[in-house]
Design a protein around this ligand. Structure first.
Ligand SMILES: *[C@@H]1O[C@H](CO)[C@@H](O)[C@H](O)[C@H]1NC(C)=O
Ligand SMILES: *[C@@H]1O[C@H](CO)[C@@H](O)[C@H](O)[C@H]1NC(C)=O
Ligand SMILES: *[C@@H]1O[C@H](CO)[C@@H](O)[C@H](O)[C@H]1NC(C)=O
Ligand SMILES: *[C@@H]1O[C@H](CO)[C@@H](O)[C@H](O)[C@H]1NC(C)=O
Length: 516
């Protein structure tokens, strides 16, 4: 009887944890990577509650409760539209803009009645928080529910993120994704990359934390710890990267790479009409989409006209994700408000994908072996597209000075030169040759953290030593002192010796003089 009771208790303790997932960024591409994890964890019997702008809304997932923040999507779309209108912004301005916008938005999201109710619910209790690790504010949920937390990213981590979990980071090898550098840096780029990291270490980290502090105190009370302090208690970090496409880097055991196409869905048939159009495009078709944040209709009119002129001269069908009507559109151009991107990319007639360089879009193209032309706009897109070019997966264009002939030649080069498609195919196969899929890894490590109530034993020792020790300043100081002391001693001894010899010579001379 007591054994049976114990057994039941053990099983329920291990299998039915309460997990809170918080992903506040109002962007499809940020949310999509988390969805399979929520689904999988709930199917395994965990009680999962998520706060998300993109709920799954699947009634069959009885163990998943979603707090729907989709009403905040419209706002962020307006922000991006304004943002694209601003030419030439520095990356620091851009980053500041993101943080200010997101902090304001999170303030409203935390004020949203169902979220507020959860925060204030005395009965609510969670065993684990899984949180998008892009902003500091949501970490306050870990304090509120007094539970361990896992950080997760829909991108690779930046040096800032890696430093927070005690993973070594190097500015010359791994420039921040906000810098449009790719992975092969010139000397001047290495200088900028170093200054950027330094600026964060000594200034921005605290400044941003200060901005978020107000929101944290407002919603979680003034006794909530300082977020940079809280963030050092992270149990694990899941990054959406893999060693093949994401510039291989050394990782501490608390970091798990879940990339390699983990968010991709199973193939579904295309809508009938679309299927027949693409089947008929025997000469091949180009798929053009700027993703879910940047919308093609945000482009200036003269750019849209230029793009249409070039498309009219191409011998291919063009499928363009475009939200409005185009009156003067050539016959070979088909527009649509929404397209099942993954299944379009899987169609055998596809020749090329023109993309803004979002990580998830690129992932989907790579694993369908489709070469790309990247037209980056903001955020990590310039970085991603540089990397795409470095790796030989396609070419880059700049939307601010798009030129007709160059645009056309770039498209034709990527379509006609087999080099791009061959490289993609080879690297995609390498990236998928792993013992477990990304999502299997994420589930396994989540349950590991649940089993051990955190992962303190994986904590990087880097978090617990002062920075001057990591930079070897104390060791250099000791060695330098020893060197200097030795040097001075030698100099002192030499001088004494020389003086001694000189004096003895003098004495000899004196004696000689005396005797002569
Ligand atoms: C829900 O969780 C229970 C255990 O708590 C599990 O037995 C069941 O299979 C789960 N059902 C679904 C549809 O996720
Ligand atoms: C989105 O917001 C803008 C202004 O904030 C408003 O004019 C527009 O009607 C909204 N659209 C929808 C679909 O809610
Ligand atoms: C953060 O932690 C450090 C020690 O690790 C402490 O000195 C500092 O006061 C803390 N900051 C806040 C605001 O709690
Ligand atoms: C981090 O975890 C330690 C050990 O569990 C705890 O003592 C400390 O208060 C935590 N720090 C913060 C800022 O939550």
């Amino acid at each position: 009887m007591s054994i049976l009771f114990k057994l039941c208790f053990l099983v329920s303790a291990a299998s039915a944890a309460k997990i809170l997932g918080v992903v506040l960024t109002p962007s499809y591409s940020h949310q999509i990577v988390f969805k399979p994890l929520w689904r999988e964890l709930s199917l395994r019997g965990h009680q999962v509650t998520t706060i998300t702008t993109h709920p799954i809304k699947d009634r069959r997932l009885v163990n998943l409760t979603e707090i729907d923040l989709s009403s905040f999507l419209n706002q962020s779309s307006q922000h991006i539209k304004q943002h694209i209108g601003v030419a030439q912004k520095s990356f620091l301005q851009e980053l500041q803009h993101f943080v200010i916008t997101m902090t304001g938005l999170m303030d409203q999201q935390l004020d949203y009645a169902p979220v507020k109710k959860l925060i204030n619910d005395k009965e609510a209790q969670f065993d684990l928080l899984i949180v998008e690790y892009l902003w500091g504010t949501p970490l306050a949920f870990a304090h509120r529910f007094n539970c361990p937390f896992i950080g997760m990213l829909s991108l690779d981590g930046s040096n800032r993120v890696y430093k927070r979990i005690g993973n070594p980071a190097h500015s010359s090898l791994y420039p921040d994704q906000m810098l449009p550098f790719g992975n092969e840096l010139s000397l001047s780029q290495r200088v900028v990359s170093f200054m950027y990291d330094l600026a964060f270490d000594v200034y921005f980290e605290e400044t941003f934390a200060g901005m978020e502090r107000k929101v944290v105190e407002k919603h979680f009370g003034s006794d909530c710890p300082h977020i940079p302090n809280l963030s050092r208690n992270i149990s694990m970090l899941f990054v959406d990267s893999d060693p093949i496409f994401h510039h291989n880097r050394p990782l501490v055991p608390a970091v798990v790479q879940i990339g390699g196409g983990s968010h991709r869905s199973v193939p579904k048939p295309l809508p009938k009409e679309l299927q027949s159009v693409l089947d008929k495009a025997t000469n091949g078709f180009i798929y053009f989409s700027l993703g879910s944040n940047v919308k093609s209709e945000f482009l200036p009119d003269h750019t849209i006209d230029l793009i249409l002129e070039v498309f009219a001269e191409l011998p291919y069908t063009i499928l363009w994700k475009f939200g409005e009507e185009i009156t003067n559109k050539p016959n070979n151009v088909i527009i649509s408000k929404w397209l099942p991107q993954e299944d379009v990319l899987r169609h055998p007639n596809i020749k090329l994908f023109i993309t803004q360089g979002g990580l998830q879009s690129m992932d989907e193209a790579i694993f369908s072996h489709v070469p790309m032309v990247g037209i980056p706009f903001f955020g990590d897109q310039p970085y991603n597209v540089k990397k795409l070019v470095n790796k030989g997966l396609g070419l880059e264009l700049n939307y601010q000075n798009l030129e007709k002939n160059h645009f056309k030649e770039t498209i034709l080069e990527v379509i006609n030169n087999p080099r791009y498609r061959n490289t993609i195919k080879k690297l995609a196969e390498l990236a998928q040759d792993q013992p477990m899929t990304g999502i299997e890894k994420a589930v396994w490590w989540t349950e590991y953290v649940l089993r051990h109530k955190g992962a303190k034993h994986l904590r990087s020792p880097l978090l617990d030593i002062p920075w001057y020790q990591y930079l070897l300043l104390d060791v250099i100081g000791v060695l330098l002192s020893v060197f200097l002391v030795t040097l001075f001693s030698i100099v002192f001894m030499m001088r004494s010796l020389i003086r001694l010899i000189a004096r003895s010579k003098l004495v000899v001379k004196f004696e000689k003089k005396k005797s002569s």
